[in-house]
Write a protein that binds this ligand. Structure first.
Ligand code: G3D
Ligand code: MG
Length: 206
C-alpha cells in the first residue's frame, strides 16, 4: 500500500492579550497549566503530533510573544498558515468584540486563496470562571455569520474541551489538503556500489 505523505499544519493562535492563548497551547501540547511553563517558552512555535483517522499530522502551533497588544505580529507569523484559532475570554466583552478585527487582520496579512472558506476555529476560554459576560449563543451567532466557523468553549486551566478544539482545527485544515504545501520528504539516498569501476566518460581530465 502506498504510504500517504506526512502532513505539517501551521496553526496560529490570535486574540487579545490575556485571553489564554499561551495557556491553551500549553494545555494542548504538554497538558500543563502554569506560569512557569509560559516563562520557559522561547520558541516561536511548538509542535504536537496528532492522529486524525489514519493520518499522522504534525501540528506546528504558533503563539505570539505578547506583541498582539500592538497588533504587530509580522509577516512571518502569518505566512503559510493552514488554520487560524481565534480566542476570546468569556469574562471579557472587549475580547469578544476584538474577534472581528483579529479575523480581518489575519485575512489581510495571510492573504489566503479562499478567504470565505479559510478554516478558522473560535474558542471562548475561561469557562471555569463564574463571571461570564458573553453567552455561548452570542458567540455561536457570530460564528454562523462567518461561514459557520466551529465554536468551542474551553478552560485551559482545567483542560476542558482543549483537545477537542485542536482536533477540529486539524480536521478542518486537512479538509483543504490541496491548499497545504507538501512537506518535503527526505531525499532518497544515493547508493554507491563499492565494486563500480570509474566510467570512461566520467569527465575526469586525468
Ligand atoms: P495570552 O497568552 O492570551 O496573553 P495567557 O494569555 O495564556 O498568558 O493567560 C492570561 C491569564 O489568564 C493568566 O493568568 C492565565 O493563567 C489565565 N488563564 C488562561 N486560561 C485560563 C482559563 O481557562 N481559566 C482561568 N481561570 N484562567 C486562565 P495570570 O494571572 O498569570 O495573568
Ligand atoms: Mg501569550
Amino acid at each position: 500500500m502506498a504510504s500517504r505523505k506526512k502532513v505539517l499544519l501551521k496553526v496560529i493562535i490570535l486574540g487579545d492579550s490575556g485571553v489564554g492563548k499561551t495557556s491553551l497551547m500549553g494545555q494542548f501540547v504538554s497538558h500543563r497549566f502554569s506560569n512557569q511553563y509560559k516563562a520557559t517558552i522561547g520558541a516561536d512555535f511548538l509542535t504536537k503530533e496528532v492522529q486524525i483517522d489514519d493520518r499522522l499530522v504534525t501540528m506546528q502551533i504558533w503563539d505570539t510573544a505578547g506583541q498582539e497588544r500592538f497588533q504587530s505580529l509580522g509577516v512571518a507569523f502569518y505566512r503559510g498558515a493552514d488554520c487560524c484559532v481565534l480566542v476570546y475570554d468569556v469574562t471579557q466583552a472587549n475580547s469578544f468584540r476584538s474577534l472581528d478585527s483579529w479575523r480581518d487582520e489575519f485575512l489581510i496579512q495571510a492573504g489566503p486563496r479562499d478567504p470565505e472558506n479559510f478554516p478558522f476555529v473560535v474558542i471562548g476560554n475561561k469557562i471555569d470562571l463564574d463571571n461570564r459576560v458573553i453567552q455561548a449563543r452570542k458567540a455561536q451567532s457570530w460564528c454562523a455569520e462567518k461561514s459557520n466557523v466551529p465554536y468551542f468553549e474551553t478552560s485551559a486551566k482545567d483542560g476542558i474541551n482543549v483537545e477537542k478544539a485542536f482536533e477540529t482545527v486539524a480536521r478542518n485544515a486537512l479538509l483543504r489538503e490541496k491548499d497545504i504545501e507538501p512537506t518535503p520528504d527526505f531525499p532518497k539516498p544515493i547508493i554507491i556500489p563499492t565494486n563500480q569501476q570509474p566510467s570512461q566518460s566520467s569527465g575526469c581530465p586525468c
